[in-house]
Write a protein that binds this ligand. Structure first.
Ligand code: NAP
Ligand code: GDD
Length: 323
C-alpha cells in the first residue's frame, strides 16, 4: 500500500487530495495543527476512514515535521499547508514568511534527514507572476510577486528547485492558478460572491461588498487541480508545471454570472464597492498556459468558468436553504 503525507489536509485542496488518494487505495497521513476548536469541517466525510491517520504538527515546528517523516516513511509528500490568503499577508507578513516560505525548507529538511526517498510536491502559485512579464504565463515566465504572500511563494518555489538540484530529491513545484470549489474559504472572492448571492436570493442579505472588480484571474475547479498534483509525482523525472485553464475572467464577470445563476437580473443593484477590500498592490491579470501539463501529464480541466460559477452558486443555495 502506497503512503502519502499531506500538510494542509484540513484546507480546500488537502481535503480533495486526501479523498482522491484514499480512492486510489493509498494510506493517507494528514498533518493537523493544534487549535482551540477542531477544524475538521472539510474532512468530516473521511475522518474515520480506516486508511486515514491524522498526525499532529506545525510548519513552524521542525521537530514535529522531521518526526512525522521518520515515522511514516511516505512514498509521497504534498506540502499544501500555508498562510494562503493574499490580503492577510500584508497584515501578517512575518508569519506568512514563516509558514509559506520557511515552512517549505522545514519540510524539505525533514525529508532530506528523515526519508530522502520520498517524492515531494510543493504548492507553488500563479501569485508568483504578480505584475506579469508575459501573457499567458508559463513555466519560464519570470516572477514579479506583488504581496508578501507572493514573495514567500517565490522563496518556496526556488528552495524546492534548489533541494532537487543540491540533494537529488524528487521535488516538484506545481505552479497552480486560482482554483475554487464549494470548500473554498469564505474570504476568497469566488466563495464570498457565491455565498452572498445565494443569501441575497433567499432574502438573508441585501448587498455584497467587494474591492476591485477589474482584477482578472484564470479560475479552475479544485478537484481537477489535485489530480494534476498527483500526476506530477507519478512521472519518471521531477519537473515543474503550470496548471491552469488558459482562460481569464474578471471579478465583475464572476459576479454577473453568479447573479444570472441565481436568477437575479440586475447585478448592480446588489453590489457595493468597499475600499477595505482593495489591496495595497494588485495582481491585475493572470492567465496560464497549461500546454506542458497537458502534453506531459495528460492533464486537462473538466469544468469551465461558467460551469464553476454555476456549481458554486448552486452549492451555496442548497447550504443556505438548509441553515
Ligand atoms: P487553504 O484552504 O487556506 O488551506 C491551508 C491549509 O494549511 C489548512 O489546512 C491550514 O490548516 C494549513 N496550515 C496553515 N498554516 C499551517 C501551519 N503553520 N502548520 C500546519 N498547517 C498549516 O488553502 P488551499 O486553497 O487548499 O491551498 C493549498 C495550497 O495551495 C496553499 O499552499 C496555497 O497557498 C496554494 N495555492 C492555492 C491556490 C488556490 O487557488 N487555492 C492556488 C495556488 C497555490 P488549518 O485548517 O488549521 O488552518
Ligand atoms: N478576497 C477578496 N475579497 N478579493 C477581492 C474582493 C473581496 O471582497 N474584491 C475584489 N477582489 C479581488 C482581489 O483584489 C483579487 O484581485 C481577486 O479578487 C482574487 O482574490 P482572492 O479570491 O482573494 O484570490 P487571490 O487571487 O488573491 O489568491 C488566491 O489565488 C492564488 C493563486 O493565484 C489564493 O488562493 C492564493 O493562495 C493563491 O496562491
Amino acid at each position: 500500500m502506497k503512503k502519502a503525507f499531506i500538510t494542509g489536509i484540513t484546507g480546500q485542496d488537502g481535503s480533495y487530495l486526501a479523498e482522491f488518494l484514499l480512492d486510489k487505495g493509498y494510506k493517507v497521513y494528514g498533518l493537523t495543527r493544534r487549535t482551540s476548536t477542531q477544524n475538521f469541517e472539510r474532512i468530516k466525510q473521511i475522518v474515520h476512514h480506516p486508511n486515514l491517520q491524522l498526525v499532529s504538527g506545525d510548519l513552524i515546528d521542525q521537530h514535529s515535521l522531521t518526526y512525522a517523516i521518520k515515522q511514516i516513511r511516505p512514498d509521497e509528500v504534498y506540502n499544501l499547508a500555508a498562510q494562503s490568503f493574499v490580503q492577510a499577508s500584508w497584515e501578517q507578513p512575518v508569519l506568512t514568511g514563516e509558514f509559506t516560505a520557511l515552512g517549505v525548507t522545514r519540510m524539505l529538511e525533514a525529508i532530506r534527514l528523515g526519508y530522502p526517498k520520498a517524492k515531494f510536491y510543493q504548492a507553488s502559485s500563479s501569485e508568483m507572476f504578480g505584475k506579469v512579464r508575459e501573457v499567458p504565463q508559463k513555466e519560464t515566465t519570470p516572477f514579479y510577486p506583488r504581496s508578501p504572500y507572493g514573495v514567500a511563494k517565490v522563496y518556496g518555489h526556488w528552495i524546492t528547485v534548489n533541494y532537487r538540484e543540491s540533494f537529488n530529491l524528487f521535488a516538484v513545484s506545481g505552479i497552480l492558478f486560482n482554483h475554487e470549489s464549494p470548500r473554498r474559504g469564505l474570504e476568497f472572492v469566488t466563495r464570498k460572491i457565491a455565498n452572498a448571492i445565494a443569501r441575497i436570493k433567499l432574502g438573508k442579505q441585501k448587498y455584497v461588498e467587494l474591492g476591485n472588480l477589474d482584477a482578472k484571474r484564470d479560475w479552475g475547479y479544485a478537484k481537477d487541480y489535485v489530480q494534476a498534483m498527483w500526476l506530477m509525482l507519478q512521472q519518471d523525472e521531477p519537473d515543474d508545471y503550470v496548471v491552469a485553464t488558459g482562460e481569464t475572467h474578471s471579478v465583475r464577470e464572476f459576479l454577473q454570472l453568479a447573479c444570472q445563476a441565481a436568477g437575479i437580473s440586475d447585478w448592480q443593484s446588489v453590489y457595493k464597492h468597499n475600499p477595505k477590500f482593495d489591496r495595497p498592490a494588485e495582481v491585475d491579470l493572470l492567465v496560464g498556459d497549461p500546454t506542458k501539463a497537458k502534453k506531459k501529464l495528460g492533464w486537462k480541466p473538466s469544468v469551465d468558468f461558467e460551469g464553476l460559477v454555476k456549481l458554486m452558486v448552486e452549492a451555496e443555495l442548497e447550504m443556505e436553504r438548509e441553515s
